[in-house]
Design a binder for this molecule. Sequence first.
Ligand code: URA
Length: 416
Amino acid sequence: MNILSIIEKKKHQQPLTKEEIQFFVSGYTKEEIPDYQISSLLMAIRLNGMDDEEMFYLTEAMVNSGDVIHLSEIEGFKVDKHSTGGVGDKVTLIVAPILAALNIPVAKFSGRGLGITGGTVDKLESIKGFNVELSQQDFIENVKKHHIAVAGQTGNLCPADKKLYALRDVTGTVDSIPLIASSIISKKIASGSDGIVLDVKYGNGAFMKTQEDAKVLAEKMCEIGRRFGRKVVYTLSDMNNPLGRYIGNKVEVVEALDVLSGNVANTHADLIDDCVEVASLMYMLATDCTKEVAMEKVKAVMANGQARDKFLEFVQAQGGQVADLKTNATAYTVEMTANAAGTIASVDALAIGELSVMLGAGRLTKESKLDFDAGIKIVAKQGDTVQTGDTLAVVYANIPVTDEMKEKAVSAFTIQ
Ligand code: URA
């Protein structure tokens, strides 16, 4: 077997065997096959696709490339969730404590943000003292004691995916359903939970631009997960508009706490609805109850303060300072106002995500240093009515807000 014959096969739209897939994944991970040959193969996969068998073998090869976390020490059905990423997506910060408050163990490994999509690990690190680098034993102990732990991915979880993803990022091969599906599911399988809820986003602020593509991706991921014997379900959600009211790091943590505290004035129904949906699916997976029962349970712990208390317990358990969970402080606070009257037809999630990166709240490269306090508040959401001069958004920055940033913020709002 050699890499050239594997590239030739995929170029001619022939399915690869399990052995061929293992050969290239393992050869690339061990640096025995160079980037240029794997780039060529990735492009052939991007153009010619993979069938379900190939996707499963690719996922399996990436899982087997590194450590697999065993959660069997933790009693009960362990449930995880994964969002394909979006702007203002702080759903994990809200649903994980909800499930923990319902005594369902949540053992979650999360990622950092890159580009316009934020990452849970960055958001948690914006809380003073919060430790996302738990040892495997501390991680398991925290789940046993508090029913919740959220940590950054350990160094050796799916190293093949880490290398392949970095190469895809610079070779125009990210937007491939088989490559995305195997990349996401390999990390979920390696992190050990019994059930996974996929929150698959579509729209201009998401990887999948259309609902149809998001559905195909979601179904492929469910199929792969089931082949590994895991329970996997999905929900599709709109990412044409930012989720909730805040985009950034600290501002999103504070918004999550507001949702859990019932402070609805400081958030938006789109975020609450998405959280209730995802949390209910997680509860259904863990308990086999009906959707109605799950929604009732979820709403009950949101209303009676148990989920908020669990969030605070979780922050403290990982070293975070609860007193720091208040609004951010920045050198500049600039209001963006409407230059016309009308109804907000949409708020461009992509533009708002790009603005957050310009402010330092998101990363352009893996090495970029974040400004945890920078961010944006969306005051006028889709469907709201505004008059000329009304506030559309507030920008929080520690660098001067340039005309280019102001223009980006204002033009994100389509007023009809
Ligand atoms: N997230 C991942 O982990 N992998 C992808 O390929 C895309 C999004």
